[in-house]
Design a protein around this ligand. Structure first.
Ligand SMILES: O=C(O)C1=C[C@@H](OP(=O)(O)O)[C@@H](O)[C@H](O)C1
Ligand SMILES: C=C(OP(=O)(O)O)C(=O)O
Length: 748
């Protein structure tokens, strides 16, 4: 039965004494007036109060008040109040009695039962604590009238756990509840019954196994992942119940997929989560790898195995030990993923610039089409470079490593048939080589990895339709096979989806047997990249005429012939170090060409605008600078508005979204707009766990953010730098950075 909590009832129960109510400011605001004659110690709401400092203040207050072993502490609030009060009660004078009056649904069914008390140390939840039971638990569902709906749902997640894991009869009662309810009265009976049943289950399990060694682990259903989810997001993004709901949903999905749990039981469980709008997946599914890392560090994990709690049928849970690598594999987390732990410190020193990826792509293609061999280099063997080198070989070029990083390249004689090109994640390789489909009899098949399949190709498909070139795609994505000949003529394409279509056509059309015209139907963005194309074409004696801002004329029957090609240093990569300098580091990147035509050379000018209080940065000609510039903006005072960045969403990740999510996790003030970001700068970021979104530029930008963080930054998916800058972490260390890179499996 539940009881109405009033001052009169309390005093009747406790008798005279120096009793003290511990509560938080929210509960005090609603209910403080119910206890006008009782002393109250009010703490700040939320996890921050489960700290040594608050504990010390509470004990000092009790001493000052002269409380003795005969006096009671009364916890009036949610889990935080209960845990702190219980811990103070268990330690003050080696133990004083306390009464727990939970005011949240979660506390009623979970933390108030079981005798666990504790406070946090840093990010480690309940690092200091004790097993200590309250003398009484007073239940008053009336408190739930004022509980926010999201908090109510959070408590329902625990009730759902009891229902599906221990007592399926509760399921109908949950199904019968009105939700969301306006008034408690129609639901009161169901809720009371569910709370009482939940407590009875927990008490029974705990009684049988007070120190958490056997069956009590079943109460942790969904919690191993749930705790890891809370920790990965710094206890910010999901409530406890939401995190546990996601944890349970993952286990249920796996059990169902392995045939251990019936479809109907699985669907029943999912419907219960849905009823209360509880999430069943992470908003960013790839974040599961970061969550898995936290599981690896979980104190409950034994050796290389993890004890998972799995539902076999409604009402029946099993404890099943699973190899940790199998566990993370089952979560859908790629074992190739690496994690870089980066210490929060500034960088200084010299590093050599890395050869420009954009220029090298173009030079390899031009050299590969030339019958006279030329030496192209230096080239750093990133995944993207490998894709273009292999791609040109597939189209009939001979490529031989001549000396350190320099390749002798030319076109071989003879026909090529049915070429297959693995573009990996390189948009440039795919879009630069697609128009060369006519170089292989029987066509060319392009395949790729990661997000490449989702990046736009429609401007080419329109051209192929017009030119009667056949293509077959897998549901509009990759692999795609293209077969047929482009013809000289008019090519109308947009200039604002990707300049890479313009580059691809500019490189292929000179080989046709007549003049072609490229007409841009929308203004050209990323213009600097098209200028680079024209520069490389000129070097190989291929002539293009720009008749107007939107029109290029390309004479046919041309041949690629040229001198050796030196690949200058990459401004897009140097931008990370230059960005670090804007944040107080002192890095010299050697070998940059001050007269380079690379668009990203604009980084120097853009950084100057940070001297003003407010600045607007247009990304339309420097999309690749967004990740690093957003980091600079996050830790430079003033407001930065990024515009013109729609295309930035179409790269290896949606970079606007990725940077907004990750910088927000690190404590930045950042807002996403349809074509940019708005960032209010501050002095430092917090640090913590972040996800690279499998995007090299996001990973590198987050590494630079670490130079202005208060604690270390743990970058999940740090291997993504291999796409363009495989020696990035090595350079980071050369500059005095402290980086520890591990495979997720090695964190065990
Ligand atoms: O031509 C190139 O080398 C590139 C063009 C740009 O793409 P978009 O033209 O699609 O913006 C840029 O983002 C990419 O990294 C490289
Ligand atoms: C977008 C990029 O490359 P690509 O388009 O070649 O994949 C990049 O390097 O940031």
């Amino acid at each position: 039965m539940t009881i109405e909590v009033t001052q009169e009832n309390l005093i009747k129960r406790l008798g005279p004494g120096r009793h003290l109510i511990v509560t938080d400011a929210n509960v005090e605001a609603y209910y403080g007036k119910r206890f006008p004659g009782m002393d109250r110690f009010v703490i700040a709401p939320g996890e921050v109060s489960k700290s040594i400092e608050t504990y010390e203040r509470l004990i000092a207050y009790m001493q000052e008040k002269g409380m003795t072993r005969g006096d009671y502490l009364i916890a009036l609030g949610g889990g935080v109040v209960g845990d702190l009060t219980g811990f103070a009660a268990s330690t003050y004078m080696r133990g004083v009695p306390y009464i727990n009056i939970p005011t949240t649904l979660l506390a009623m069914v979970d933390s108030s039962v079981g005798g666990k008390t504790g406070i946090n140390m840093g990010n480690a939840k309940n690092a200091i604590g004790s097993f200590y039971n309250p003398t009484d638990i007073w239940l008053d569902v009336g408190f739930l009238e004022t509980l926010p709906k999201r908090e109510f749902a959070s408590g329902m997640a625990e009730i759902i756990k009891y229902a599906i894991g221990f007592d399926p009869e509760m399921i109908q009662q949950i199904q019968a509840m009105d939700w969301p309810f306006d008034e408690m009265k129609n639901n009161r009976e169901h809720i009371e019954a569910l709370i009482i049943k939940s407590i009875a289950i927990k008490e029974k399990v705990v009684e049988d196994d007070f120190r958490d060694s056997g069956n009590r682990q079943k109460l942790n259903f969904g919690h191993t992942l749930g705790h890891a989810i809370e920790a990965y997001y710094g206890f910010k993004t999901y409530t406890h119940g939401e995190a546990v709901a996601i944890g349970m949903a993952y286990q249920l999905k796996q059990a169902n997929q392995l045939g251990r749990l019936s479809d109907s039981a699985y669907e029943t469980c999912m419907a219960l989560f849905n009823k209360f709008n509880l999430p069943v997946d992470l908003r960013v599914p790839d974040h599961i790898c970061g969550v898995a890392w936290h599981v690896a560090k979980d104190k409950k994990r034994k050796a290389t195995h993890i004890h998972t709690i799995q539902l076999e049928k409604l009402g029946q849970l099993q404890i099943i030990p699973v190899d940790f690598t199998v566990f993370i594999d089952n979560l859908g987390c790629d074992l190739k993923i690496k994690i870089a732990t980066v210490a929060p410190r500034k960088l200084s020193g010299h590093i050599p610039g890395i050869p420009s990826k954009s220029i090298a792509h173009r030079a390899i293609i031009a050299a590969g089409l030339s019958e006279t061999p030329t030496l192209v280099g230096p080239i750093v063997m990133s995944n993207d470079m490998m894709a273009t080198l292999e791609g040109m070989k597939a189209l009939g070029s001979e490529i031989v490593l001549s000396k350190d990083g320099y390749y002798r390249i030319h076109k071989k004689s003879g026909d090529v048939e049915n070429a297959l090109i693995q573009c990996r994640e390189s948009g440039s390789t795919l879009r630069f080589l697609m128009p060369f489909c006519f170089l292989a009899k029987g066509g060319v098949t392009f395949t790729g990895e990661g997000r490449l399949s989702d990046r736009p190709l429609t401007p080419y498909y329109k051209v192929f339709d017009e030119m009667e070139v056949a293509y077959t795609t897998a549901d509009g994505g990759l692999p795609v096979t293209v077969e047929g000949n482009l013809k000289p003529g008019l090519y109308e394409i947009p200039g604002n989806i990707s300049s890479q279509f313009v580059t691809g056509l500019l490189m292929a059309l000179p080989l046709l047997d007549g003049t072609s015209i490229i007409k841009l139907t929308t203004p050209l963005e990323s213009k600097g990249y098209v200028d680079l194309t024209l520069e490389v074409l000129d070097h190989y004696n291929v002539k293009i005429f720009q008749d107007s801002e939107l029109t290029y004329r390309i004479p046919g029957n041309q041949h690629y012939e040229g001198q050796d090609f030196y690949v200058e240093s990459d401004y897009s990569q140097a931008a990370f170090w230059i960005g670090a300098n804007a944040l107080g580091s002192n890095v010299k990147v050697e070998g940059l060409n001050e007269k380079s035509r690379q668009g990203d050379r604009v980084i120097d000018t853009v950084l100057k605008s940070f001297a003003c209080k407010e600045r607007t940065i247009d990304l339309s000609n420097c999309p690749d600078l967004l990740p690093i510039l957003s980091v600079v903006a996050a830790v430079t005072p003033g407001k930065t508005t990024f515009v013109g960045g729609k295309r930035v969403r179409l790269k290896e990740s949606d970079r606007l979204h990725a940077m907004a999510v990750e910088l927000d996790k690190m404590g930045a003030s950042i807002e996403e707009t349809p074509d940019g970001l708005v960032i209010s700068g501050q002095l430092a970021l917090k640090g913590g766990h972040v996800w690279s979104w499998n995007d090299h530029r996001v990973a590198m930008a987050l590494a630079i953010a670490a130079t202005r963080c208060e604690t270390e930054v743990v970058i999940h998916g740090s291997q993504s730098v291999d796409k363009s800058y495989p020696n990035f972490w090595e350079h980071y260390r050369v500059l005095g950075g402290e980086v520890n890179v591990q495979h997720i499996g090695e964190t065990v």
